[in-house]
Design a protein around this ligand. Structure first.
Ligand code: ZN
Length: 428
């Protein structure tokens, strides 16, 4: 364990830390962030009104929309000169959100990742290959800081080609792969193509996340790469990876309760649900300096489990996340909404395009197909014009998402137009 004292604290100690740090966070956001000051006043709530953790329920929930309405800097709780890093929650400029980190925020993030990596089996003797994109989305930066805190060696491969990933993995004797499950599956296939036996590699562990992945996919990755693969959960608005992670018991992901207070709500009535009930995860950050979030709706559906874990860690566990309660879908590690795709199609067609997003897994890789109904605006007498239109739509969508999309023009009535998304992946 990386920080046994904290990770094995008893419940009373955890709650004491939570109450103290929540109180300090509320004072800070009330003083420094106009949005919080306004919504607290609307509820007639002053930070000093907080007497126990259950008072948290009295505060309003916050959504991604609130954050993007305060773009770029209005949610920061510190002056910009104290911010040492700026990230965004999405690569496109629809509903942008800027997240700031102070020096302490980065140190805390590293500490959380160090706990995550240690729980997954990593020690200072390991060589980590980080195959997540280093860019404006927070992603792997924290993994690098955390690995360096442990003293492991980091190879920041980012989104390099699979062939190069495999070659480095072999030559540098990588022992830990940090990536999305999709990339892990891609590597397995690339090794087959290169006629390479994964068992000849030094690889021992896989720390995989950023998208939902099934138990059967885990089994396949573990068997074919001969590794132990664990799930990790995070979200850019809070840090990136390093919010919750699996221990060797693999029976849920321990959530860092000294940094976050979790709640489960009914996504429709917004009522708080008791432990064990399935609902939307709401998180309050109690250590963040630059970008604290009070009762943030994650959109992820899960349960909370406070029962003891075989590993000895006392922080509660969230169940693995396969679904969301809003219309965000995660494909190839990218969060998209049908609205975003609709706006893009509309730019080319005008009117109200009728479309459906079909998501499938082909050889364990996500595939997105956009079905677009033929209308006056998309029907051309000349085949050539039609082909140019489809090619242009394909190019625009693929550029927007950063990976290949399939586009098909279909006859009206081919699909149920009230269903914007047809997710055929079997995640559980
Ligand atoms: Zn555990």
């Amino acid at each position: 364990m990386w920080n046994q004292k904290i990770e094995c604290m008893d419940r009373a100690e955890i709650e004491q830390i939570q109450l103290e740090n929540l109180q300090a966070t509320l004072n800070r956001v009330y003083k420094n962030v106009r949005h919080y000051r306004k919504v607290f006043r609307e509820k007639d709530f002053m930070p000093e009104d907080l007497e126990s953790l259950s008072d948290l329920k009295k505060l309003p929930l916050i959504t991604r929309r609130d954050l993007s309405e305060n773009y770029p800097y209005d949610m920061l709780a510190v002056p910009l000169r104290e911010v040492v890093r700026l990230h965004m929650a999405s690569v496109n400029f629809d509903d942008p959100i800027v997240i700031g980190f102070t020096r302490n925020d980065i140190v805390n993030w590293g500490e959380l990742i160090a706990r995550n990596l240690t729980a997954a089996g990593v020690t200072k003797d390991d060589v980590l290959q980080i195959a997540l994109t280093f860019g404006i989305i927070t992603g792997p930066f924290g993994v690098q800081v955390g690995a360096e805190q442990i003293g492991a060696s980091v190879i920041p491969m980012s989104a390099a080609k699979l062939h190069d990933q495999v070659k480095i993995m072999r030559d540098f004797k990588t022992t830990v792969l940090v990536s999305t499950p999709t990339v892990a599956m891609g590597l397995i296939r690339k090794m087959e193509e290169m006629d390479m036996d994964p068992r000849g590699l030094a690889l021992k562990y896989g720390i995989l996340g950023s998208e939902p992945w099934s138990e059967s996919m885990r089994e396949e990755i573990e068997t074919r790469l001969q590794i132990i693969a664990t799930d990790t959960y995070g979200l850019t608005e809070l840090f990136g990876p390093g919010v919750a992670w699996e221990c060797p018991a693999k029976n849920g992901l321990h959530l860092a309760e000294d940094h976050f207070i979790p709640e489960i709500i009914d996504p429709v009535t917004l009522e708080t649900l008791p432990p064990g009930a399935r609902g939307e995860l709401v998180l309050t950050s109690i250590s963040k300096e630059a970008f604290p979030l009070i009762r943030f709706r994650t959109g992820d559906l899960t349960t909370l489990d406070y029962s003891p874990c075989a590993c000895g860690r006392t922080h509660c566990r969230i169940s693995r996340i396969f679904n969301r309660c809003d219309d965000v879908i995660v494909v190839k590690g990218t969060s998209i909404t049908p609205d975003q795709i609709g706006r893009l199609i509309k730019k080319l067609t005008g009117g109200r395009p009728v479309f459906q997003l079909v998501i499938e897994q082909v050889e364990r890789q996500d595939r997105l197909m956009v079905l677009l109904e033929i209308s006056d605006r998309t029907f051309f007498d000349e085949m050539k014009k039609q082909r140019i239109f489809v090619e242009r739509l394909h190019r625009e969508l693929s550029e927007f998402l950063g990976w290949e999309v399939i586009v098909r023009l279909v006859e009206p009535g081919t699909f149920d137009s009230s269903q914007k998304v047809l997710d055929k992946r079997q995640l559980k």
